[in-house]
Design a protein around this ligand. Structure first.
Ligand SMILES: *[C@@H]1O[C@H](CO)[C@@H](O)[C@H](O)[C@H]1NC(C)=O
Ligand SMILES: *[C@@H]1O[C@H](CO)[C@@H](O)[C@H](O)[C@H]1NC(C)=O
Ligand SMILES: *[C@@H]1O[C@H](CO)[C@@H](O)[C@H](O)[C@H]1NC(C)=O
Length: 235
């Protein structure tokens, strides 16, 4: 009799399924372009598990299953394999277009909503024209960065004005004279786009710009020979 009662209680418990801990609530979560974010979702009762659950996002017209949309391909991870009541979704390599409303829904039609905000790169703009002086034979840094240092721009380009036209020097070195002398100063901070030019020569003098989407920051680089002359006078 007692065993039957336990079984009965167990079945009631089991059949209730997963009710989400933030049912009917909307949370705001933010991330940065190029980074990743965990959209939290879990069963309120740690003993319950969701038999089925889905993650959907609002496309502007309708709700679409994230796993069925190819823009998310290779960028999604679930954690229910190792912890069945954890229904959270990890989205990596965030893009601006990932911004919007998401919902996690179980077979009980228990829903939690999340508004995902994706912060992109806006270049820090200087009000004055930028003039930088470097010394022949040495290195120089042309500063450029996103206001949010954790945001990785979807595209970055450094250009140099030569022969009446702008040619790319980063990421592709389109000018022979700049080959192997160009790199980004800091490759670990996604929003730091400052350019490092080594072994400066007189030909490097001129106009440069850093470009992200339609934003640009210009520099006039002036190369002086003082340092080299000085070095020559030393034994
Ligand atoms: C969430 O909304 C559903 C449908 O309106 C309702 O049945 C349920 O009680 C709500 N849950 C909470 C925790 O308010
Ligand atoms: C995790 O959830 C997905 C999506 O609902 C499902 O296809 C998969 O079978 C689940 N894995 C486990 C171990 O429950
Ligand atoms: C679910 O798993 C993710 C990844 O391990 C973790 O960040 C998150 O805190 C977990 N959530 C819960 C409610 O356990």
């Amino acid at each position: 009799m007692k065993d039957h009662l336990y079984l009965f209680l167990f079945m009631i418990h089991f059949s209730t399924g997963c009710i989400l801990s933030d049912e009917n609530q909307t949370k705001e979560i933010s991330g940065y372009t190029g980074g990743s974010v965990v959209l939290p979702c879990s069963c309120a009762d740690p003993q319950s598990t969701a038999k089925t659950f889905t993650w959907q996002f609002h496309s502007g017209k309708q709700w679409i299953e994230v796993f069925e949309d190819k823009k998310y391909r290779g960028r999604l991870v679930l954690f229910n394999e190792s912890s069945p009541q954890n229904l959270s979704l990890l989205i990596s390599e965030l893009r601006k277009e990932d911004q919007g409303y998401y919902k996690c829904m179980t077979e009980r039609h228990s829903i939690t909503s999340i508004l995902l905000i994706v912060k992109g790169c806006n270049l820090v703009q200087n009000t004055k024209p930028n003039a930088v002086t470097g010394y022949a034979g040495e290195s120089v840094v042309l500063p450029c960065s996103c206001t949010e240092l954790l945001a990785k721009p979807e595209q970055i380009q450094w250009m140099y004005f030569v022969k009446n036209t702008y040619l790319e020097i980063y990421p592709n070195e389109k000018i022979e004279s700049h080959k192997n002398r160009i790199k980004l100063l800091n490759q670990t901070t996604p929003g730091n786009l400052s350019l490092h030019i080594s072994a400066l020569t007189a030909e490097d003098q001129g106009i440069y710009y850093c470009s992200v989407s339609s934003q640009t920051v210009f520099y006039r680089l002036h190369v002086e020979h003082f340092q080299r002359l000085c070095a020559r006078t030393l034994p």
